[in-house]
Design a protein. Structure first.
Length: 169
């Protein structure tokens, strides 16, 4: 790629990142989403997958499965009567293995890296809480995940492509 095109790509991406995600950051709390930054993490995985729009649904499905997986893991660990370290190990062992088996068995539905990433995001937020303290957090996390893939990921990519097309005229 020539230097001029590289510069155009860099500048249009910078503008897209500068303009679109902050709109979500400002809007999220007004929409009842206190975990808006989750969208940026999820957009990062979408981009790391090559901005493939054809994968957006299965990436989102993977994130949402990971969100459910996180809530379920906290539930399991809360009910097990074992040493907390043993509970953590067994839960992560069994659920991690099962997530990979399910994700790889149904690759047209789930993007396994998104499932595992979504699970880690969910555990980071929900892990310190008791289930009774979750409230709407799992729903908020899931909403931010979908926004990350579709608004930030697909949206910034489309915005950048639009700007590049305009510069070619």
């Amino acid at each position: 790629m020539e230097k001029k095109q590289q510069k155009i790509n860099m500048l249009t991406l910078a503008l897209g990142i500068a303009a679109l995600p902050p709109i979500w950051a400002v809007a999220a709390p007004y929409l009842g989403v206190d975990v808006g930054a989750v969208a940026l993490i999820c957009a990062g995985l979408y981009v790391a997958n090559g901005n493939k729009r054809k994968d957006a649904l299965k990436i989102t499905a993977g994130f949402l499965a990971g969100d459910v997986w996180a809530a379920l893991a906290v539930c399991v660990m809360e009910t097990l009567p074992l040493n907390p370290n043993l509970e953590l190990y067994l839960t992560l062992f069994l659920m991690g293995g099962l997530a990979v088996l399910l994700g790889e068995t149904f690759p047209n539905i789930f993007y396994t890296p998104a499932w595992l990433c979504g699970w880690a995001i969910g555990l980071t937020i929900l892990g310190p809480l008791k289930m009774s303290e979750f409230g709407m957090l799992p729903i908020q996390i899931g909403a931010a995940m979908a926004v990350g893939v579709f608004y930030v990921g697909v949206g910034v990519d489309a915005f950048q492509k639009f700007l590049i097309k305009k510069t070619e005229r």
